[in-house]
Design a protein around this ligand. Structure first.
Ligand code: PLP
Length: 387
């Protein structure tokens, strides 16, 4: 491990006895960013009323300003949420949908959001379609052909992950948003895994709605996500929790912000760490870190596939810092726990459309030794399961 990489690794609060190969699920926060959280929490507790009643919106604006520069959008088009599910539930429950309308998605979406759409579908009599994307994924054209077969006159919304959770694939969302906008179809992009993992340029992507998590690959403290909405669609958003911003006594210039920024008393300190989080990413040349982590990930998935005789599900153009590889376990929960307890390796197992997958995440604190340990563990695990 290079000196600079070792210095960065030492900033993370992770248990040194665990081989941590699951940055993807909840991220991990380095000390300087965690210290920023404590700084904000202490300021809050010193004078809670001044902080929450007088100063909070100014602090939030400063944070939105940083985040919007990072994502290339206007500061008033982005609002903080504790997680992508809450942001997406806000959008999904606001949409005016009628019986027979269709929502086109893929068969690679995050299970909690599939459930949100199933819930709305039952209530409104709409159809949620998980379009089949054939694997191995070899080209953008193959993806676009598979996906767009699902578009018809009833399609009102396209919902698609930027980087998928179970299969860890980068989908060509800009191309899909371009196609959708020509057909007047609303686009909602689930970018939970994208910021600081790949470049996220919201103006360029052109989605109507985009959500991302900051606590995953941006390494912010837990409980920071955002919703971006294009100006032209902000008026359709209802607050998920109706509070003071509805029928506001002193409305601001933006109903969207009024409805969403205050949903009752809450500790918003994690949101306020975003300027420090982004400063940390810039100071440590995170674009280069992400590039090197991706290279290690590509090498690792090849090693795993070759040494264990496993299949890869996509060409490397669709891969960032995560790889999902088919791996023959039987019982997702118990086998993952057994893997953790036996080998001290934190890595998720997913049962995805009846395909068992193991998902590797690579962050700055990982190196080749972690991959050698993983391969030995996977071999041993396979041998044991054969007995
Ligand atoms: C693709 C994707 N979307 C949405 C989410 C939602 O995250 P949360 O459960 O924190 O809202 C996740 C979480 O891992 C995810 O991977």
């Amino acid at each position: 491990m290079k000196k600079k990489q070792k210095q960065l690794k030492d900033l993370f609060l992770l248990d040194p006895n665990i081989t941590f190969l699951n940055h993807g699920s909840f991220g991990a926060c380095p000390k300087p960013i965690f210290d920023s959280l404590v700084k904000w929490q202490k300021l809050l507790e010193r004078e809670p009323v001044k902080f929450l009643a007088f100063d909070l919106f100014k602090y939030l604006e400063n944070s939105r300003n940083s985040l919007s520069s990072y994502l290339n959008c206007h500061k008033d088009d982005v609002v903080f949420f504790p997680n992508p599910s809450t942001a997406l539930n806000t959008v999904i429950k606001s949409l005016e949908l009628n019986a027979g309308d269709e929502i086109l998605s893929t068969n690679h979406e995050y299970g909690a959001l599939d459930r949100t759409w199933n819930f709305i579908s039952k209530k409104k009599g709409i159809k949620y379609i998980n379009q089949y994307i054939s694997l191995p994924l070899k080209s953008k054209d193959q993806f676009i052909e598979d996906f767009t077969k699902g578009i018809n006159d009833k399609t009102k919304v396209i919902f698609i992950s930027h980087i998928t959770s179970p299969t860890a694939l980068i989908f060509p969302v800009k191309e899909i948003c371009d196609i959708a906008s020509k057909k007047n179809i609303i686009t909602i992009v689930d970018g939970a895994h994208a910021p600081a993992h790949i470049d996220v340029n919201l103006k360029e992507i052109g989605a109507d709605f985009y959500t991302g998590a900051c606590h995953k690959w941006m390494c912010s403290p837990k409980g920071v996500a955002f919703l971006y909405a294009k100006k032209s669609v902000q008026h359709i958003i209802d607050p998920l929790v109706v509070s003071w911003g509805y029928e506001a006594e002193n409305p601001s210039h933006s109903q969207y912000l009024d409805y969403l920024q205050w949903q009752g008393t809450n500790d918003m300190s994690p949101y306020l760490t975003i300027p420090d989080t982004i400063k940390f990413l810039h100071e440590n040349n995170w674009i280069q870190i992400a590039k090197e982590s991706r290279e290690l990930n590509i090498w690792a998935r090849d090693q795993i596939a070759n040494q264990l005789g496993l299949e890869l599900i996509a060409d490397e153009n669709f891969i960032g810092q995560m790889s999902s590889i088919p791996f023959d376990f039987k019982d997702q929960i118990n086998d993952q726990l057994e893997f953790y307890n036996r080998y001290g390796i934190q890595i998720p197992f997913f049962m995805w459309n009846n395909v068992p997958l193991i998902r590797l995440s690579i962050q700055v604190y990982n190196d080749e030794k972690d991959i050698h340990r993983l391969i030995l563990a996977m071999k041993d695990f396979m041998n044991r399961k054969r007995i």
